[in-house]
Each structure stands twice: as structure tokens, then as C-alpha cells.
Write a protein that binds this ligand. Structure first.
Ligand SMILES: [Zn+2]
Length: 426
């Protein structure tokens, strides 16, 4: 089986390159969510020709969903000859904006020197194409499998996945018994299995002041100076404490194997939009700070929040006229699939066979759609595995290697063989 499927993938190598380039030519930029429908239809049409039943599901009423920018997802399914496990490959079709610094057309689908270039080549249209070819090759050599295979192209991963995987998960499309195993071909490198991700807490902190004339600041109360005290306390206490928290999660890069926090933004005083370059002579009565706290499997979200709140409450006790509010903007719990989960061992066998070595097991520092599958779908047999070098994602001149796609398609096909043909069905 393994040799026959390898041959079937080799025969489809040109098709794989063509498919990747074709997908890149849809400028599925998010935001705003450009060209989702034609891209989803293109993928759906191809899979329909290969015998899949294809459905289009719009993320109605989700952030950004309008008639101009509909959140169009495609879900395709093919049944085997009898009941058995269901393997689902989920890829996001949206990409981030191209940005500056490109030497090729970011939406041209340029193929050169063994690479396909373009926005989304690596993250993650190359992975999507590799999974499609893996499944088509598997079906060609193993048409008598038991169970079912699904392939989805979903939207909005880059902006939280609410109109994509989260929406589908709420409709039961990522739960048993419809689906048993999920592989997300995100670019985590072809010989690594990504088991999950750290948690996220975004919050906005606002300090309050009192407006007054800037020439007599003693008559007012500066919200910016109060925020300065917050930042000072973060520097002195919080950042060193976060730095000391280590995790057993195998996060890559290694610097993320501890708790981290980014200060995303700070805005204080009158907005500059009204009078560019002409600051207002007033004491700022408000200052807002957005924090992005990434936390570990070993931490509870309540503790994560109370660490910050404790500092703010202490300032309120100790600092004259200090007052604040804090609002949650987003929270995502950390998730980590067990190393002996069926989808992990199946893909590990593929990596061993193709690369002759043990896979690396990693955790992503940031989140991806696995969060919705775990939390909404309650499905924990889920990993990210796909070609492409993670560091190239979102960069200018993004590319994916053709050999890498071919090799990871082989790994995926072996994974299918293990899960569908060798696991003995249900
Ligand atoms: Zn991605």
C-alpha cells in the first residue's frame, strides 16, 4: 500500500503544484475576506469531480459576514464501502495581506526553483493542496476503505476562526460521531507533529483621570501617569514572574516555553486624528492598554487574570486617585493532544517511514483552529501537521517547497492507511 500510494502521489506531483498555484491566485485576503466564495467553489468543484459530496456553509452573522464578503466555507465528504472511522483534513483558505517587500506577484502562483511562491503558499494553501492530493492518491489505491474522509476549506482562521471552524463546530461538524480524527495541515514543518497550543487572554485595561488645562496639570489628574505606574509594576513584578514559569509543553520556539505577555497597544489622552501634529493642551483623562497574555497548560485562566488584577488593586490602595477598569477581549484555553492519541501515532508512523526518524512533537506558541475543535466540538484527536516552514508564514516572498509538499502528502496518506485500513474500523 505504502509504495503504491507513493507512486500515485508522484504521478500527481504536477497536479499538486498546479493546485497550489491555482489556490494562491484567489486573493483570499482577510480582512476583509476577499474571494472566499470563488476559492471555496473551486475547491468544492474539484472534490465533486473526485466523487465527494460537497456542501457550502456560510458563517451567517459572524464577524465580517456581509453580502459583499460572505464567509463561505466548503465541506466535502466521501464515504468508504462500509462503516468506520472518519478522518477530516481541515485547512483555512484565508490569508493575511501581502504587505511590502515582495519580489514576485503575491497572487501570481509563481513556480520557480522547486518552490511555489505567493501569499498563503506556506500558510496554508500548500498544506491544503498536499492533503487533497494525499486523499485522492489514497482513494485511487485504496477505494475499498471503511469509514469516510472529509476535506474542508474554512475561512477567517487568521482573525479567530469565528465564521469558519467555530461556526462549523457549533453545527456539529467537528464532533463525534460525524468525525473521529482531525488533521490541520498548518505549516509546522514536514517532520513535526503539532499537538496543540498555549492559551490566550487578551484584555483592555483603562486608567481614569480628570481633564484640566495642560498649563495647570495639578488641577487635573493624568490617566497616562497612572498607566505609567501600571507599566512600572508590570516591569518590576509581572514580567519577571512570568519569565520564571516553565512548561512541560514542547513549545517551539523554545523561548515560548514559559508564560509571556505582549503589550499590544497603548492609547492615552485626546485622539490625534482630529488635529494631526497639534497636540491638545489638556491633561489626559483616559489611557487604555491592551495586553496579550499567553499562558501554559499548567496555569489556570483565573490565576492568569488575578495576577494582573492583584497589581491593579494594589495600585488602587496605594496610589492616590488611581482607578481602573479591565475588560476581557478574548480567551482561549491551552490545548494539547496526547502523544498516544490515534491521529498522532498514525501520522508519526508516516513520518518514520518517509524520513527514517522519530517525529518532533511540538506545541505552537500561538493558537489556530484546533481550539474550536477541542472546545466547541469536544474532539481531542486533533493535530496540526503539514508542509511549509513556519517562519515563512506572513512574510514577503512566502513560499512552499514542492518536495516538502510531496513528502508530507505521503505522510498524510500513510496516516489515512493506518487510521482507516489498519485500525480495524469500529
Ligand atoms: Zn495558518
Amino acid at each position: 500500500m505504502i509504495d503504491r500510494v507513493a507512486k500515485a502521489i508522484d504521478e500527481r506531483a504536477e497536479d499538486l503544484v498546479q493546485l497550489t498555484a491555482d489556490l494562491i491566485r484567489f486573493p483570499t485576503i482577510n480582512p476583509p475576506g476577499e474571494a472566499y466564495t470563488p476559492c471555496a467553489e473551486f475547491l468544492g468543484e474539484r472534490l465533486r469531480r473526485h466523487g465527494f459530496t460537497v456542501g457550502f456553509i456560510r458563517g451567517e452573522g459572524t464577524p465580517g459576514d456581509t453580502d459583499r464578503y460572505p464567509r463561505t466555507n466548503v465541506v466535502a465528504r466521501i464515504e468508504g464501502r462500509g462503516a468506520g472511522p472518519v478522518v477530516h483534513f481541515n485547512s483555512h483558505i484565508d490569508v493575511v495581506e501581502a504587505g511590502e517587500g515582495w519580489t514576485v506577484d503575491p497572487f501570481g502562483g509563481v513556480v520557480r526553483d522547486g518552490r511555489v511562491y505567493g501569499r498563503g503558499a506556506c500558510d496554508m494553501k500548500g498544506g491544503l493542496a498536499a492533503s487533497v492530493i494525499a486523499v485522492e492518491a489514497f482513494l485511487a489505491v485504496s477505494p475499498d476503505f471503511f469509514g469516510a474522509i472529509e476535506i474542508s476549506g474554512t475561512v477567517d482562521e487568521e482573525s479567530g476562526g469565528f465564521g469558519g471552524v467555530a461556526y462549523l463546530a457549533k453545527k456539529g461538524l467537528f464532533s463525534r460521531p460525524r468525525v473521529d480524527h482531525v488533521i490541520i495541515p498548518e505549516p509546522l514543518n514536514k517532520d513535526r507533529i503539532c499537538l496543540g497550543h498555549r492559551g490566550v487572554w487578551w484584555a483592555e485595561i483603562e486608567t481614569k483621570g480628570r481633564i484640566a488645562h495642560g498649563s495647570m496639570p495639578f488641577l487635573g489628574d493624568s490617566a497616562v501617569r497612572h498607566m505609567g505606574a501600571v507599566l512600572h509594576a508590570f516591569e518590576e513584578e509581572l514580567f519577571p514572574a512570568l519569565d520564571r514559569k516553565r512548561t512541560k509543553m514542547p513549545v517551539v520556539p523554545e523561548g515560548a516555553r514559559r508564560s509571556t505577555m505582549n503589550i499590544n497597544s497603548i492609547h492615552g489622552g485626546q485622539t490625534e486624528d482630529f488635529r494631526p501634529g497639534l497636540p491638545s493642551p489638556t491633561v489626559p483623562d483616559t489611557c487604555r492598554l491592551v495586553i496579550d497574555r499567553r499562558f501554559l497548560l499548567e496555569e489556570k485562566i483565573d490565576e492568569v487574570k488575578s495576577e494582573v488584577v492583584a497589581i491593579l488593586d494594589r495600585l488602587k490602595r496605594e496610589r492616590a486617585k488611581f482607578d481602573y477598569t479591565i475588560n476581557d477581549l478574548m480567551e482561549v484555553l491551552p490545548t494539547m493532544t496526547e502523544r498516544d492519541a490515534p491521529v498522532v501515532t498514525a501520522v508519526a508512523e508516516g513520518i518514520r517511514h518517509i524520513f527514517g526518524r522519530e517525529p518532533d512533537y511540538v506545541i505552537s506558541p500561538g493558537t489556530y483552529d484546533q481550539k474550536h475543535i477541542a472546545r466547541i466540538g469536544h474532539l481531542h484527536d486533533c493535530i496540526a501537521y503539514g508542509p511549509g516552514i513556519l517562519d515563512l508564514a506572513h512574510q514577503p516572498d512566502e513560499w512552499v517547497g514542492i518536495d516538502d509538499m510531496v513528502q508530507s502528502a505521503n505522510v498524510m496518506a500513510i496516516g489515512l492507511d493506518v487510521l482507516l485500513n489498519r485500525a480495524g474500523g469500529h
